[in-house]
Design a protein around this ligand. Sequence first.
Ligand code: SF4
Length: 377
Amino acid sequence: MVHDALGNTPKLSGLDIERLSRLAFEVGPIRPPSEGGSHSLLLRATRNCPWSRCKFCYGLIYNREKFQLRTVEDIKKDIDTVREIAEAIKGASWKLGYDGTVNADVGTALIRTDPSLNANQSFILVYNWLYFGARTVFLQDANTLIMPSAELLEVLKYLKETFPNIERVTSYARAKTLAKKTLEELKELRKAGLSRLHVGLETGDDDLLKYVDKGVTSAEQIEAGKKAKEAGFELSEYVMPDLGGRARSQQHALNTARVLNEIDPDFIRLRPFVPGPGMPLYEDYSKGEFKLSSPHERLQEIKILVDNLNVTSRLCFDHFLNSWYRDRSRRYTLFKQDYEGYKFPEEKNRVLELIEEGLKIDESVHIHVKDIIGMAL
Ligand code: SF4
């Protein structure tokens, strides 16, 4: 490809690529896998976690750094930057004859013109977002709902005004925070465009909630979940198999089913527990005070959970840690790992059949959590 004196491909001449390569907005460290699957735009509304005490949480996710609210003004500036990056990318598309459509050729041409764009997180994020339709946004970090409602409403309003085609805006929310918001506040946030909430339920067992220092009771979780549903949110509740280890396995499963039955969320997403350095529960595990279950025992725990579920939710195994396998090749996982999972009650029996299948397969075929401790997950 021929480049002009500025390094631009001839068709991109006139575009201020140098400015594009300098544009950046703040991005936090994590997002739910399903938001990755939707290629959501990541917009940082708060920094870190306001609780930061759960014993099963990797300190490294937010480095246990101090929680900070960002100002509405700063978040709006970031939205403006996203708009500027998006306009530049679309401008390149027009110059290349693609009528504003963002396709692979547009990305290639821009990166050929300025290879530094390939390592520019803001550019890559916006490019991918546009490439996949620019329909969803995820507000980071761990509990954006803790923002004063008036401020969060202002951010949502600005976001929707700037990008009217956004169909879904999502956030993590602590159950404690959700329970504290009034139904009216939640309804207003929903109306303003916040549409999906991800809540870390982990367990519905009060004894275990206390042990892992989750900072919430099962009654508060139920109140929070019901309120979120009543306000019209699409609700994902995350459950952590084996969080109670062998000792609390049964109470964990039974009480989690009890709480989920009360809430009846849209999605129940399983995230099996893996202790790791940097996590307070790892200390208990290292000292032998916390005993992990074997792969079959974990399946037995999920069997009790599923058996006792009376919900209309979708049960999802959408994480590679749900690694029970069908045969020694380990090419096929027992459960499908897509983001839509199994619809209850229609597919409840199917899940129970799969669990029985997994229990018949030699335990050595499945991945034992002990073998992956310390790996970068
Ligand atoms: S609320 Fe979430 S991010 Fe915060 S400490 Fe607990 S698990 Fe970690």
